[in-house]
Design a protein around this ligand. Structure first.
Ligand code: SF4
Length: 292
């Protein structure tokens, strides 16, 4: 629980606040960008503007329950039942953002895809009972796609509750994931279902992989995200644990596919028409390959 005595000085005056336990994971800024912002002075998130509308209030409470380290509080101890009911949060159509980020994945985003042939959970949220119950009400989980080793969080508890098949690339399987049900090999795309394609993208880690859903939604783990300000795409060598050269090669591989959404583990989402997405990808590849 956030401690009012540890409230950061840069918070806007008012009910909601962030305390000094914030780990700067960005979750709150993505869930409620009109309420939270990064203080460059502190290198942490703060409340930049207290909610003034019911919608902003709800988004602030969704951020509060999603914060992986309970750094967000409200002096009035606001009721969060409406935020619990609002998660998973619809993005478009049958694709949802789960919220309830886990500290063990540094607050990585996870996503739920509702499908007639079985729901897919992309990466693992925190195993919070209210979220698990909401996911059960939405049809449970048939497949859990693990994009890479860093964002697996509470995968075992989801597998136990839902009996889902966890899919991971061999190169990222480790002691905590050695019992996953489906292990993918090699660097060629692998069709998991007519509407689901696993695309190995070595770079950030050796076993990083994206999931392409309906040639429209690309779940990218830590391979690719929107550039700051929302214009274009970005990736960073500073968080590349395996090989930047391989990550550039993997980025080029994505030019073979059409998609309109980039839904990352960390960083902002990007939405564009497929032709605009391609241009953004080409520009990013040029930047990545430029001499530094
Ligand atoms: S969600 Fe929590 S830990 Fe993450 S940036 Fe916001 S306040 Fe900090």
């Amino acid at each position: 629980m956030a401690r009012i005595s540890a409230r950061l000085a840069d918070n806007a005056p008012g009910d909601y606040f962030v305390d000094d336990s914030c780990i700067d994971c960005e979750t709150c800024r993505i869930v409620a960008p009109r309420v939270f912002e990064r203080s460059d002075r502190l290198g942490l998130s703060v409340v930049s503007r207290q909610p003034r509308t019911p919608e902003d209030g709800l988004r602030a409470r969704m951020a509060l329950v999603s914060c992986p380290v309970s750094s967000i509080g409200s002096a009035s101890k606001v009721d969060v039942h409406d935020a619990v009911a609002a998660l998973p949060d619809p993005i478009e159509g049958d694709v949802f953002y789960c919220g309830y980020a886990a500290e063990s994945s540094f607050g990585a985003a996870s996503y739920l895809v509702r499908r007639g042939d079985g729901n897919v959970l992309v990466d693992s949220p925190r195993a919070a009972r209210p979220l698990m119950d909401r996911i059960a009400a939405l049809g449970g989980v048939s497949t859990m796609f693990l994009s890479h080793r860093d964002d697996v969080a509470d995968h075992a508890q989801y597998a136990r509750r839902f009996g889902c098949t966890r899919v991971m690339h061999r190169a990222d399987v480790g002691p905590g994931t050695r019992d996953v049900e489906q292990v993918l090999e090699g660097d060629e795309p692998m069709r998991l279902a007519p509407d689901l394609l696993a695309v190995p993208l070595p770079g950030h880690t050796r076993g990083s992989q994206a999931l392409l859903y309906r040639d429209r939604f690309l779940f990218t783990g830590d391979h690719l995200w929107a550039a700051e300000g929302g214009e274009g795409l970005d990736a960073s060598s500073s968080v590349c644990w395996y090989s930047w050269t391989e990550q550039i090669r993997s980025m080029k591989k994505l030019l073979a596919f059409d998609f309109e959404w980039v839904l990352p583990g960390h960083g902002p989402r990007f939405h564009a028409t497929a032709p605009r997405m391609r241009v953004a990808l080409e520009k990013l590849i040029a930047r990545m390959a430029a001499p530094r």
